[in-house]
Ligand binder design. Structure first.
Ligand code: GSH
Length: 223
């Protein structure tokens, strides 16, 4: 059996879980609940498999520890022979969406941590995060038809998980009203069992003070 350092809170772990479901490899993995937080002491059991102290980490049957989520997803799709387009331009498009989705998740995680600093949060950094999130969402809205028409790949999985993170940790932004085509695509995937069963949830004490994190949430307004 493979071992996955896992958390139900992590959008990056969610990518891996969706790929495990889609490839049918999910029964070959034992999930280990591994608690991590950027603003806390690194978890020794994660560090032993990934010196960066981040999850997800997948330990294969022969003991090789794979990280990060992009490497794990590439490994699983290759192993299963699924979700990798043969056509080079399509593959490149998927990689680009993967970069966009992962980059959006990174910003949403870092922005949340910055906001928790309250008065000590850097307004320049926060403003830049907001500008980038707005620009990324606007770009994705223009690509929603293509996201929907393209056979599922790792790019769409990453974009989906980023939108899921926005929905889960940033309630009240009104993104679905502002970006209706993207929202329709998201909701279509969200209804699929292999995506629905991976929904991000909090399973214990908050990793950052939630009240502070959710104060003065920005909104997208009508596009
Ligand atoms: N680029 C990494 C990012 C992974 C990541 O940031 N994971 C978060 C959990 S969602 C984490 O482990 N945070 C703990 C830390 O940064 O120390 C990936 O794609 O797997």
């Amino acid at each position: 059996m493979m071992k996955l350092h896992w958390s139900p809170r992590s959008p990056f772990v969610r990518k891996v879980m969706i790929v495990l479901n889609e490839t049918g490899l999910v029964d070959q993995v034992v999930r280990v609940r591994s608690a991590v937080a950027m603003a806390a002491e690194p978890n020794p059991s994660v560090l032993a498999d990934n010196p960066l102290g981040k999850i997800p980490v997948l330990v294969t049957e022969n003991g090789e520890a794979l990280f990060d989520s992009r490497v794990i997803c590439a490994y699983l799709t290759e192993r299963a022979g699924m979700l990798v387009p043969e056509d080079a331009p399509v593959r490149l498009r998927q990689l680009r969406w993967e970069a966009l989705g992962d980059g959006l998740i990174d910003i949403l995680l870092l922005w949340r941590i910055e906001r928790v600093r309250g008065d000590r949060a850097d307004p320049v950094i926060c403003d830049a995060f907001e500008t980038k999130v707005r620009a990324t969402m606007a770009r994705l809205e223009t690509e929603a038809a293509e996201l929907s028409a393209t056979t599922l790949g790792l790019g769409q999985v990453a974009v989906f998980c980023a939108l899921g993170q926005l929905e889960f940790r940033w309630p009240g932004t009104g993104w679905k009203q502002a970006f209706p085509r993207l929202a329709a695509w998201f909701e279509m995937l969200e209804a699929c069992p292999s995506f629905a069963s991976t929904a991000v949830v909090d399973d214990g004490p908050a990793s950052v003070p939630e009240v502070a994190a959710q104060q003065a949430v920005f909104t997208f307004g009508k596009a």
